[in-house]
Design a protein. Structure first.
Length: 337
């Protein structure tokens, strides 16, 4: 066998060149494989991180505004609430949407944080105010302007409240803007007629109690709201049912059958239960809130004020303040010891 370096120099050079090309091609192939694997991993990670819903930002913010009435952040829950209004009170649907849009656009125009706008905290009071205005006032060209003004002012009041209560231990606003503006609006509204006959049974009063959160008096509306709440949070749905049942049961025990069977005694305890249902290993907090909401409701009626959601708000504030005082007392005793 002849030596490549001695008798065939060009063959030796060609062999070396082929070897180098092979190494370069192999290295490039390895690099391509590594890059392909990296791109594939990045793509799969993006797929896993992508949200399941392709709902636009504005639609998600509006739907979250409806679900925030129930202290939830879930577009599907908000959609079920919207459907409940459409089925049971279609004439009020426009007012609810207009109030939500007014609050959202006010927050956007004034440059409030996008995360807060998307959560629906600037819209839900506008939803309730729009429903109240459509429910208590006759149609006039000024009615949409009134709803827009109330929705925008409620968003501004909500923002001021959030700025002044940055810590979790501070008192939350809940539906306080809705109650305050409603008390002013109701001064100019015609009084409601006397309460009619209640539902046929207490089982029907439970969905009516959930429906009354949105000023709806149809059992199907309460059922749809309950389904939306169950989709958003099963634990919250359970506590809402417990709170509503306690309010209805207490009213029946007090011989107040008409308001009880119409659901008027169930929605405040249900909301109070929702406010504290996430307190794990402390089930007494929603229980105390339910009891306070039930006991406080007759007081507002005695003062001549519309009940609305005021018992729920005051009950939650009392629970929050009491928890804060007890925590501070425990810290003081620990420091002394």
């Amino acid at each position: 066998m002849l030596s490549a370096t001695d008798d065939h120099p060009y063959a030796a050079r060609g062999a070396i060149k082929c070897m180098m090309q092979g190494l370069i091609i192999g290295q490039a192939h390895d690099n391509i494989c590594i890059q392909s694997i990296t791109i594939l991993n990045t793509y799969m990670t993006t797929l896993r991180a992508a949200p399941a819903s392709h709902c636009p930002d504005w639609a998600e913010a509006l739907l979250n505004g409806f679900s925030q009435v129930l202290l939830q952040r879930n577009p599907i829950c908000g959609l079920m609430c919207l459907l409940a209004i459409f089925i049971s009170a279609p004439s009020s649907l426009g007012g609810a949407l207009l109030g939500a849009v007014a609050g959202l656009l006010t927050a956007q125009r004034r440059g409030y944080a996008k995360a807060e706008r998307q959560s629906g905290v600037y819209s839900y009071n506008g939803v309730l105010l729009g429903l109240l205005v459509c429910y208590r006032f006759d149609w006039s060209p000024l009615l949409p302007l009134l709803i827009i003004a109330c929705g925008g002012l409620s968003a501004m009041l909500m923002h001021a409240w959030l700025i002044r209560t940055p810590r979790a231990s501070c008192l939350k606003a809940y539906t306080a803007p809705f109650v305050l503006f409603s008390w002013v609006l109701l001064l100019f509204a015609e009084p409601l007629p006397s309460i009619g006959t209640g539902a046929s049974g207490w089982l029907q009063a439970l969905p009516l109690g959930l429906g009354q959160v949105f000023l709806l008096d149809h059992p199907l509306a309460g059922l749809l709201i309950g389904i939306g709440l169950f989709i958003a949070n099963r634990n919250a749905a359970l506590w809402a049912a417990i709170g509503c049942a306690c309010g209805v049961g207490f009213a029946l025990w007090q011989q107040q059958s008409n308001p009880a069977l119409l659901g008027l005694c169930g929605y405040n305890p249900a909301l109070a239960a929702l406010a504290f249902c996430q307190a794990r290993y402390r089930p007494w907090l929603p229980g105390i809130a339910i009891g306070l909401a039930i006991l406080l409701q007759p007081g507002f009626s005695g003062l001549g004020l519309a009940t609305l959601t005021a018992p729920f708000i005051l009950a939650c504030w009392l629970v929050q303040a009491g928890t804060r005082v007890l925590r501070q007392s425990a810290n003081d005793l620990r420091l002394r010891s």
